[in-house]
Design a protein around this ligand. Structure first.
Ligand code: FES
Length: 113
C-alpha cells in the first residue's frame, strides 16, 4: 500500500545551509535546506553507513564525516570516493510552514535500510 507524504519538520527547524535527521516511514532521512529549498536524501552513507545529517555542506554537496565522500544534495550522486553508489533521494513539498517528505525513494539503498 502506498503512503502519502509525511510531515517531518517545520520550515524553521532546518537552518539555511544545514540539515537535520528525520524519520520517514521508518527510514532515516537527511533533510537539507539550501537557500530555502528543501532536499531529502537517505541519511546513511552508501560507503560505510555513516549518518550524514549535520555534516559539512559545500554549495550543493554534503561531505560524509567519516571518510570524506561528497554527495550531491540535489541528485544523491556520489561525487567523490570512497563512496561510489548514489544516495536515494525523496520528494519534498512545503505546505505553509511544514515540510513533507514522500516516503518512496528514488531507488533502493544498497544496504536496504
Ligand atoms: S562512511 Fe561515508 S565515506 Fe565512508
Amino acid at each position: 500500500m502506498s503512503q502519502g507524504p509525511v510531515d517531518v519538520a517545520a520550515v524553521g527547524d532546518v537552518p539555511d545551509g544545514g540539515s537535520i535527521r528525520v524519520e520517514v516511514a521508518g527510514t532515516p532521512v537527511c533533510l537539507v535546506n539550501l537557500g530555502g529549498t528543501f532536499h531529502a536524501l537517505h541519511d546513511t552513507c552508501t560507503h560505510a553507513r555513516e549518518s550524514l545529517a549535520g555534516a559539512y555542506i559545500d554549495g550543493d554537496r554534503i561531505e560524509c564525516p567519516r571518510h570524506g565522500a561528497f554527495f550531491s544534495i540535489v541528485t544523491g550522486e556520489a561525487i567523490t570516493p570512497p563512496a561510489t553508489t548514489p544516495l536515494p533521494t525523496f520528494g519534498v513539498t512545503v505546505e505553509g510552514d511544514r515540510v513533507l517528505v514522500d516516503p518512496t525513494p528514488s531507488h533502493a539503498h544498497p544496504f536496504d535500510i
